[in-house]
Design a protein around this ligand. Structure first.
Ligand code: A2P
Length: 341
């Protein structure tokens, strides 16, 4: 078969979920060379359909699906599903691109941001590649070019994370609670530990022994692994906010070499996957709703030097957590795999 006509049998695991459905639309948008597309979910959704471009694709039950013949499997159905089925797909010959945290910290599983460390994807002895957590993903698309120039020693980051990062049921809860409160009814938390509508929750994922949450520790572990430098210090606080799509991050970096705001802005303007929106006027900065939602780029604004540190720099980083933070990067990794063949 000629290089031009090579097509790939692709499985999307979690195809009915918030990330899975976006994977399907991004595969179409980017004209990924699909041979056969298989949509997989749990037994409860099997028999239904998902949109794939102009087609409706039958959703099949993952538990009874035979992965033989699948070239690339995009997993986004949670860590337990990835652990149970990812190795089976890899053993059947698929390259597994996993959006969960199940394998991210394993030494023999590369953790790859397409714009930052694409070369890491080539060494995948288990046939599994991990997609980073959404918050790390957008942060590193913006910080990697600054790190290459001035060497980042420390990162202080507070995240403002939208509810879509917690899946479809979390988005429904924000909508339901908002409607309830506007109708003078009680909000009744189910998916989140406390009310999310008109509120902020400084708690994402499980608490760890050190007092940080797992979502916060992901920013530490994944930054060090992707940048290949365990000496980079990261001090994170992760907060859930009542926004549907788009995570925002207030980031302060301390660099070994002085990096001025103008130099950083120029580096970011030339960086792949980054759009600088940094005008010092009302609305001259990115927000999840006005810029990120439904878009591919990582938007950076509010670039200014830290008043309290001679080599400190502040940035505001916003991106669609479902797209660049999850589905888009997974498809970009699939493109890198496809380009190898
Ligand atoms: P299902 O529709 O059958 O529940 P989200 O993160 O938006 O909630 O989406 C989670 C995705 O993972 C959905 O597509 C969901 O499918 C899928 N999923 C959850 N549990 C399983 C499972 N045990 N086997 C296969 N898919 C699962």
């Amino acid at each position: 078969m000629s290089q031009e006509s090579r097509r790939f049998n692709v499985a999307v695991v979690g195809a009915t979920g918030a990330v899975g459905e976006t994977m399907l639309s991004i595969l179409i948008e980017r004209n990924f060379p699909i041979g056969r597309l298989v949509a997989l979910a749990s037994e409860r959704s099997a028999g239904g359909h998902v949109a794939f471009g102009d087609d409706e694709i039958l959703v099949q039950d993952l538990a009874s699906f035979d992965p033989a013949g699948i070239d690339i499997a995009l997993f986004s159905a949670g860590g337990d599903v990835s652990k149970a089925y990812g190795p089976k797909f890899a053993a059947a010959g698929a390259v597994v691109i996993d959006n969960s945290s199940a394998f991210r910290y394993d030494d023999d599983v590369p953790l790859v941001v397409a714009e930052v460390n694409p070369e890491a994807l080539k060494r995948r002895p288990r046939g599994i590649v991990a997609n980073p957590n959404c918050s790390t993903m957008q942060m590193l698309v913006a910080l990697a070019p600054l790190h290459r120039k001035a060497h980042i020693e420390r990162i202080n980051v507070a995240t403002y994370q939208s509810v879509s990062g917690a899946g479809r049921s979390a988005m429904e809860e924000l909508g339901r609670q908002t409607g309830a409160l506007l109708n003078f009814q009680s909000p009744e938390p189910e998916r989140f530990p406390v009310q999310i509508a008109f509120n902020l929750i400084p708690h994402i994922d499980d608490f760890q022994d050190n007092g940080f949450t797992k979502e916060e520790m992901k920013l530490v572990w994944e930054t060090q692994k992707i940048l290949g430098d365990d000496s980079i210090l990261v001090n994170p606080t992760a907060v859930r906010v009542p926004v549907f799509y788009g995570h925002s991050e207030a980031v302060t970096i301390e660099t070994r070499d002085k990096l001025g705001a103008d130099e950083a802005r120029a580096l970011l303007e030339a960086a792949p996957g980054v759009e600088v929106v940094d005008e010092r006027r009302a609305g001259g900065y990115p927000t999840p709703v006005t810029h990120a939602s439904g878009k591919d780029a990582v938007y950076v604004g509010r670039i200014r030097e830290d008043l309290s540190h001679p080599r400190g720099l502040n940035l505001w980083i916003v991106s669609d957590n479902i797209r660049k933070g999850a589905a888009l990067n997974a498809v970009q990794l699939a493109e890198l795999v496809a380009a190898e063949r």
